[in-house]
Design a protein around this ligand. Sequence first.
Ligand code: ZN
Length: 269
Amino acid sequence: MWTKEELDRYHRQMILPQVGPEGQERLKRASVVVVGAGGLGVPVLQYLVAAGVGRVGIVEMDRVEVSNLHRQVLYATEDVGKPKALAAKERLLALNPLVRIDTYPVRLTSENALEILRPYDLVVDASDNFPTRYLVNDACVLLRKPLVYGAIYQFDGQVAVFHHLTPEGEMGPCYRCLFPKPPAPGSVPSCAEAGVFGVLPAVVGSLMAAEALKVLLGLGKPLAGHLLLYDALEASFRKLSLRRNPACPVCGDHPTQQDLIDYEAFCGL
Ligand SMILES: [Zn+2]
């Protein structure tokens, strides 16, 4: 049974024929964990919480810095210095007190990743570094969970849904099928080093939120087996087709890696 508050709050999406009360019920029962509550994680968290996803996890160890605020618009100036996971929870519960929010103010590591990610239906990688990306990917393959991925660089972004059935009904590729090896250490600068267009993570993070909601609701064609590229300066999108690599060490036909590894070492750090 729906309360009046739920009916009022979710009315505009419940009247969509593709969602309906059944879809809203699916969201209420669903759980999503978001790794990273920075530029990408903020819009993902805002839209998942606003949409009524029943349980949302936030994995983030950083504190809010004043240099975050031009793009991480969930946080206010008064949040500077607070742990991001806790500041995010406070703001998100102000947006929608009907959802459960779990915080993990720790670094995701090979030791804790399976335990932290296991309770959730879907994982969102909104991290900003290669060791975490490979760790989250491998953990999702081992746990058999779909993974919504996004990444940004200056004015460019990319989005995909990994390890999920493609619209053709085949198991889609994982991050490692696409990027078997990490780039050389130091060859890809971070936002702190290279700068980032403040609205870029809002665009890419919103696309990630849309993919996450589509996966949870079983709607349309998720970006499984595809990589969507966004160029803010050209105002252009490109969609590339991807295939699962049968020789992938984690999701291939004969996986050679059946546990998590040392990702700092794997990335040459
Ligand atoms: Zn793979």
